[in-house]
Design a protein. Sequence first.
Length: 86
Amino acid sequence: MAQVLVNFRLEEEDKKGMEEVCHALGMSMSTAFTIFAKKVRREKRIPFEVSIDPFYSEENMAHLKNVIADIESGKAVLSEHELIED
């Protein structure tokens, strides 16, 4: 089968992290992407769950910023609580 060159952009930090993991696994990034592409082709899907973490929603981020502002301004009422252990 003929091979083709595929180019795409990644954040430098993501590339370095992936290179480290691939090296630890004894493979190149090219091999890792080839495995990914073959799995996508075979399964006709992204081979892992892709979802949006609700923690990072705009609504929750706005709420957290408000809580932080309340704490910093002294408006927040903080109280101690007991830890519940299993």
